[in-house]
Design a binder for this molecule. Structure first.
Ligand code: SAM
Length: 292
């Protein structure tokens, strides 16, 4: 089977199978071989690597992954794509196609079965409608992985990479930066896909830390503080946390704080009582969470 990464090859497969793109699954297929080469380089795939691909579509990127990696497990939700994948990937003996919803699949178990629980690399041109739950699911469920290299909406890539004091900084930036080092590797124009998405795209690599960059007594509490701070991002931090129903302790039990109490802690941390969440670093959120 020839490479699919060209408009004519992709259209041929789609027409042959009478495939209809499903918007609800975020289906925008890559048709640019140069971009695919760059994604493989960005992910630093070697023949030692086990790779999980999320959403292979008709198998365009899977072909490139299969040629560079030891094995690839390609997880695709759309059952209409499975017969297509069985044909387009038939020559690659190191590929397994899994017809599942990535948000429901026990990925830890897949890694255990395929790689003895050793870290894998995740590579994907993600369905944009579920970018955040996919990334957070991979990190929070402690899936053994060394890196995640993904195509996402450009603005979402920016949000993952920025630091405090910028408009894009928020809960996603802090969560990603707690687990991994984010690096935007390349920008990708809508013309590189069929059909063209309405937004610009970027490939970002998240290299997982072996240890989190900061110490905190309870991750659960830390992430609840971050969520509460950004649920009402226009409010001061003290007002956003006061009487918020988002706060939970290390056991997951809700707790409440008053504005005065938070102001006291901000004094202790030598931060202004009128500071907003968007001005705090990850370290400062961790310190505040430990004090609460
Ligand atoms: N990798 C292909 C490419 O680059 O041409 C397709 C990428 S397309 C942006 C996203 C793919 O993810 C589609 O094939 C879609 O059907 C699949 N998908 C959407 N939601 C999914 C889910 N919850 N679990 C697994 N795959 C999903």
């Amino acid at each position: 089977m020839a490479y699919l990464a060209a408009p004519a090859a992709t259209l041929e497969v789609i027409n042959k199978y009478g495939f209809h793109f499903q918007k609800k699954y975020g289906q925008n297929f890559l048709i640019d071989g140069n971009i695919l080469e760059k994604i493989i380089d960005a992910a630093e795939i070697t023949e030692e690597d086990g790779v999980i691909e999320i959403g292979p579509g008709i198998g365009t990127m899977t072909q490139y992954l299969a040629e560079h990696a030891k094995w690839v497990a390609a997880v695709e939700i759309d059952k209409n794509l499975i017969p297509i994948l069985n044909e387009t990937l038939s020559e690659y003996k190191n590929v397994t196609v899994v017809n599942e919803d990535i948000l429901k699949l026990d990925i830890g178990r897949l890694v255990q079965e395929k790689n003895n629980g050793q870290p894998v690399k995740i590579v994907a041109n993600l369905p944009y409608y579920i970018t955040t739950p996919i990334i957070m699911g991979l990190f929070e469920n402690q899936v053994p992985l060394s890196s995640i290299t993904i195509m996402v909406q450009k603005e979402v890539a920016d949000r993952m990479q920025v630091g405090p004091g910028t408009k894009d900084y928020g809960a996603l930036s802090l969560a990603v930066q707690y687990y991994a080092k984010p690096e935007i590797m390349l920008k990708v124009a809508p013309a590189c896909f069929i059909p063209k998405p309405n937004v610009g795209s970027a490939v970002i690599r998240l290299t997982k830390f072996e240890e989190p960059p900061i110490q905190v007594k309870s991750e659960k509490k830390l992430f609840s503080v971050i969520r509460a701070a950004f649920n009402q991002r226009r409010k001061t931090l003290a007002n956003a946390l006061a009487n918020s129903s988002a706060l939970v302790d290390e056991k997951g039990n809700e707790f409440c704080v008053t504005r005065e109490y938070v102001c006291g802690l901000l004094d202790q941390m030598e931060l202004s009582q009128t500071i907003r969440g968007e001005a705090l670093t990850l370290e400062e959120f961790a310190r505040l969470s430990d004090l609460l």
